[in-house]
Ligand binder design. Structure first.
Ligand SMILES: [Zn+2]
Length: 322
């Protein structure tokens, strides 16, 4: 639009009714939000933009769609934008994504987020897992030094699943058996003294040596002193891998023990468990199949690791620490 036409248009605004002004404002707000979000996303991937099909780097601009620059790959002809191949591809209402990212940082439940954003609750439910799919992957490559490991348990929940295979429990519910049984899902949490945390949903019932052998070696550096409780599975794991291991005998009332490398305990990992459980409570039961997303979410906001909606939006498309 040329300057003259635009000025003529601006002059007409004086004649707008208040309802028309409100409508206009909402259209403009959405346009501005869309542009800002497009800028954030495009800047995040700009340096490493490549073809999602052949990883080709020889690209040219090929028009725009939905406010995003499209590119075409010279090698294979594929067209794409910065969201192609990410969990946010083809999600609608882009202008609300930054506000939704803020809802995640504030741990809002699905309904509250839907109310704040004026969208359907099915939308915020779908967005939650799309936004967390990549975000949860932002973990330390490895843990170093004194690494505490301990399990925590949650009652298995088949919430949202069509085949229950048992009578439905009321919200939250109680296990039929006492203690740790196959009804409980085991979460193994490992944490080093810098706060680096990795967790694993190991399956139903107590953690086994085989599960420890599967999950721990890839993330434990060679200088690790693994510190656990007296659970025999850890001792068998340490024996099999030759990893330095020390344990505190909590059943004997020993919470802190002395070791050549310093005081040892599992209190850091246990307080992480407590924060996780306290935080999870306000979601009123989460489906076990989504547990890794919730663990990643907790990690992202624990100690404000992700502290802004822009950072979270970048994490959602797999761009970290930029
Ligand atoms: Zn290509």
């Amino acid at each position: 639009m040329d300057a003259c036409t635009f000025n003529a248009f601006l002059n007409q605004i004086a004649d707008f009714s208040s309802v028309q002004c409100a409508r206009m404002l909402s259209v403009l707000t959405s346009r501005v939000a869309n542009a800002r979000i497009a800028d954030i996303l495009q800047a995040a991937v700009a340096a490493k933009l490549s073809c999602p099909r052949c990883e080709g780097k020889d690209l040219y601009r090929h028009g725009e769609a939905n406010g995003l620059q499209r590119f075409r790959c010279r090698a294979c002809g594929r067209t794409f934008n910065c969201l192609t191949g990410t969990p946010l591809a083809r999600l609608r209402l882009k202008d609300k994504w930054l506000d939704y990212a803020q809802c995640i940082l504030e741990s809002h439940a699905v309904r509250k987020a839907a109310r704040l954003l004026d969208v359907d609750k099915n939308t915020t439910m779908r967005w939650r897992h799309r936004f967390l799919a990549n975000t949860k992957a932002d973990r330390p490559v490895s843990l170093h030094g004194i690494v505490e490991a301990d399990e925590t348990f949650l009652l298995e929940s088949k919430k949202g699943s069509r085949k229950l295979g048992r009578p439905a429990r009321k919200r939250g519910g109680k296990a039929a058996k006492r203690g740790i049984s196959r009804e409980q899902v085991c979460i193994l949490v490992t944490r080093d003294r810098t706060g680096g945390t990795c967790d694993f949903v190991t399956g139903n019932g107590p953690v086994t040596t085989a599960q420890l052998l599967k999950h721990l070696p890839p993330i434990l550096a060679s200088d690790t002193l693994l510190v656990t409780d007296a659970n025999a599975a850890y001792r068998a794991f340490a024996k099999k891998t030759g990893m330095a291991h020390a344990f505190v005998n909590l059943h004997a009332g020993i919470r802190v023990a002395e070791h050549a490398r310093g005081a040892i305990h599992v209190q850091n990992v246990n307080s992480y468990h407590s924060r996780f459980h306290a935080w999870l409570r306000h979601f009123r039961g989460v489906a076990t199949r989504y547990l890794p997303n919730y663990l990643g979410w907790r990690w992202a906001i624990d100690q404000q690791r992700i502290h802004s909606s822009e950072t979270l939006l970048r994490a959602a498309i797999g761009v970290f620490h930029s």
